[in-house]
Design a protein around this ligand. Structure first.
Ligand code: FES
Length: 161
């Protein structure tokens, strides 16, 4: 996955028009914008509404409904840590608790030092849990050391933004 870049209206228009002809285009458009810019800028709402010929309220409603969509420029980098059943069975909860204790960072507690760790529920790599997703890459069979290293990498990437 490419690194997010600063909001650019012409690029946003291109991303929207690329997907406008799909059946059910709204979610693919929102995902494309978030992937490219790291969030869905509020300025996209009007662009999407006019491209799809729907109301701004409809676009905004969908954007707000899904917690995965960020509406503000992220303050750093995000690691998604899976706490769904199969990863839990492979020790994800204990891993998360040890990480919080060792690092002083809170999972789902927002950005700290330019990094946030958000929980997600299944990354599709259940047999190799515990799993995390960072920068489009899945990290499986996570150990305490691997999660700490991933966190350190995200902190460095956050500074480099
Ligand atoms: S349960 Fe964690 S990847 Fe499926």
């Amino acid at each position: 996955m490419e690194q997010p870049i600063a909001w650019e209206e012409s690029l946003a228009r291109d991303l929207i028009s690329d997907k406008a002809e799909l059946e059910g285009p709204l979610l693919p458009i929102l995902h494309a914008l978030q992937e490219r810019f790291g969030y869905v800028d509020p300025r996209a709402v009007g662009l999407i509404a006019s491209a799809l010929n729907v109301s701004r309220a409809e676009v905004f409603g969908t954007l707000s409904f899904y917690k995965d969509f960020k509406k503000q420029k992220p303050l750093g980098r995000t690691i998604k840590l899976c706490l769904a059943e199969a990863c839990q069975a492979r020790g994800a909860n204990a891993l998360a608790a040890r990480f919080e204790q060792a690092s002083g960072c809170r999972i789902d507690g927002g950005f700290s030092g330019g990094v946030e760790i958000e929980t997600v529920y299944c990354l599709g790599n259940c047999a190799l849990g515990p799993n995390a997703l960072y920068d489009g890459e899945i990290f499986g069979a996570l150990t305490d050391e691997a999660l700490a290293a991933l966190h350190a990498r995200a902190a460095r990437d956050g500074v480099a933004r």
